[in-house]
Design a protein around this ligand. Structure first.
Ligand code: MRU
Length: 348
């Protein structure tokens, strides 16, 4: 049981990803050897999901300084800063990217006494450690959150928060993997997640690989399955959680949260502490990525609207904390008031 999918790994001197734009039709691995290739992969959502984007950023930074020729520390730091700034322009919303880049830069700053070759080795080791840590953290999220899942539960989820979005277990799907491992008979309803279909292309694919019962629904069917009593709990991930518990996640999450409240269904967010941005008092300050209009005008490359129709395409929305029953982290479940409970988890 569980999942063996590794969407991000270090292999033969390259950063190997599953190209998520090719799923579910083909399982294609891509080996990325430069910071430019990593940035392109993040931007195009070949590698996606907040924790996986963070890991990609760390490897991208290493790849961007790997061939630095000199041994002068000052020049090396300047190069690392430049590459980090460049990678930071790939996608703005998931805080994990900035968290990972900051962690790598801190390592470089703390290694000032070492030869440049040794700093490079330390950077690679740190990026590899991030994968291992993510695997352990998501496993812990799964175990913590599994207490919320009873035998026979119907679970609705939005977007993809599983192995594909992380080092291995996933966040919201991590809870589902652990609950299934515990022998609970669960059934997942996966929102299709327009415009890029992470739910129908990715979540259904990976749950089917793991043998977990899943039903795909179009986004506009969530209210109906809730009204029919098929959903006992909603589990979603997060790209950034503010100090007050407001959180950004894939566009459409806000609508699901409002529906869950209307139908009296518990609504939980599963996220590692690295997704919590205590510098933001509320969700108002979370930068929301806007993506190209053609993602909405087309589907799988085919036009589904007049080619020149005006489009608004925000990739994420912000759900206010009042809709959130609890936030599942690797260190425990935070309940309102989040200013206090999240601060305790982050500090502790
Ligand atoms: O645009 P994406 O596919 O990167 O958006 C991903 C999400 O919104 C996920 O729900 C979020 O990153 C949590 S992943 C564990």
């Amino acid at each position: 049981m569980g999942t063996a999918i590794r969407s991000v790994q270090w292999k033969d001197g390259k950063f190997r990803i599953i190209d998520q734009t090719e799923l579910p039709l083909e399982l294609v691995y891509r080996d990325l050897g430069t910071a430019e290739e990593v940035r392109e992969a993040i931007k195009k959502l070949r590698v996606r999901g907040a924790p996986a984007i963070g890991i990609a950023g760390a490897f991208g930074l290493y790849l961007g300084v790997r061939n630095y020729p000199g041994d002068d520390y000052e020049g090396f730091v300047a190069q690392a800063e430049k590459v980090a700034d460049y990678l930071a322009t790939s996608r703005p919303t998931a805080v994990n990217l900035f968290w990972a880049l900051e962690r790598m830069k801190k390592l470089v700053r703390e290694s000032a006494e070492m030869p440049v070759a040794k700093i490079k080795n330390r950077m690679l080791a740190e990026a590899q450690r991030m994968i291992e840590e993510d695997i352990a953290v998501c496993r812990a999220i799964g175990e913590v959150g599994s207490v919320l899942i009873a035998d026979g539960y119907g679970i609705l989820t939005h977007c993809n928060t599983g192995s594909l979005a992380t080092g291995r277990w996933g966040t919201a799907l991590g809870v589902i993997y652990v609950a299934a491992e515990q022998g609970k008979r669960i059934h997942v309803y996966s929102d299709e997640t327009r415009p890029l279909l992470q739910g129908s292309r990715l979540t259904t694919w990976e749950l089917m690989q793991a043998g977990i019962p899943v039903t795909q629904i179009a986004d506009d069917m969530a209210a109906t399955v809730m009204a029919q009593g098929k959903v006992d709990i909603v589990l979603v991930g997060a790209d950034r959680v503010a100090a007050n518990g407001d959180f950004a996640n894939k566009i459409g999450t806000l609508g699901v949260a409002i529906l869950a409240k209307e139908f009296g269904i518990p609504f939980f967010v599963a996220a590692p502490l690295s997704s919590i941005d205590m510098s933001l008092p509320s969700g108002e300050g979370i930068p929301i990525e806007e993506r190209p209009p053609d993602e909405v005008r087309t589907c799988f490359g085919k036009p589904i609207a007049p080619p020149d129709v005006d489009v608004y395409n925000p990739a994420f929305d912000v759900t206010p904390y009042r809709y959130v029953t609890g936030i599942i982290t690797e260190k425990g479940i935070a309940h309102p008031p989040y200013e206090i409970t999240l601060a305790k988890l982050v500090e502790g």
